[in-house]
Design a protein around this ligand. Sequence first.
Ligand SMILES: Cc1ncc(COP(=O)(O)O)c(C=O)c1O
Length: 354
Amino acid sequence: MIMNRYWSQQIAALDPYIPGEQPQDQQYIKLNTNENPFPPSPAVADVLRDFEIERLRRYPDPESTDLIKSLAAYQGLESSQVFVGNGSDEVLAHAFQAFFRQDYPILFPDISYSFYPVYCKLFQIEYHQPALDQEFCINIQDYASANGGIIIPNPNAPTGIALVTGAIRELLADNPESVVIIDEAYVDYGAESAVTLIPEFPNLLVVQTFSKSRGLAGLRLGYALGQENLVEALQRVKNSFNSYPVDSLTSALALASIADEDYFQQCRSQVIASRERLRTELQQLGFEVFPSSSNFVFVRHANTAAETLYNELKSAGILVRYFKQARIDNCLRISVGSDPECDALIGALKDILR
Ligand SMILES: Cc1ncc(COP(=O)(O)O)c(C=O)c1O
């Protein structure tokens, strides 16, 4: 264990999250962090250009009133059912702290977003990880034991496989005493959102982000949707931590993004079309491609090790995500890039596999 005489024991024992590489030194084709291949809406660029610098002199609205109103209208909810934060990672951290420090362990799949165990360690939350099946699918029956909460990404990451709303409904109905968080970072690429279940289930919290389908990962904006008492709990944590997680510039740019629905739909459809083309081309190269409802594909090659492919692609200037983790250490997660980026990937793989 790393130890420094000034560190608390708890901090020394943490296993911080390691984000996908963001190299600053070389121009890579980046297919490793599920960013959007398209820039934010031109309407966002207009607001950025015209933003009154004078506004930065003052603190932002701590309640993010206009942004919350706009998100609520977009989602068909009340403002009291929306919470915003500095990226969905921060929103998730607040939710872990608000809901998951319970007597029983929380549950999330053995293969899922690798930040969840990190938060558990930070907030000293026990957890169990029911195993995905052989096809990397979630079995809802595995979540029927006594638990202190449940979190599931839908679609799951890094597999890209989605649950249907009926399965989420079952999960919520089976666990009325627990908060169930559905992390919908990738929902806009083909999964059904659980937002429609919010009026029915007081234990449901849905978390979404501007980082993927809205092409604003650099802005850091995420949000949670749920019944009022869950949102109030998140506000209590936020107001005990940082009153101003969303700055004035972020609010203004996000409002412009929400208003440009045509551009949002256009980019989303384009990524879905590119994903399907990429799937076919990868299959032709001998890859098994798991069914994806997200902006990435999870793949395994019939006779070449994933680590070898990862290293060779990196040497060829293409970054993909490799997880040295039991059960998936022969898989790669590849973000859907622009069509020229996907072509470059396929070209490089053809050379490597020749
Ligand atoms: C499943 C999942 N949830 C949440 C996030 C965090 O997104 P952000 O903090 O950029 O909103 C990610 C990012 O990769 C993710 O994969």
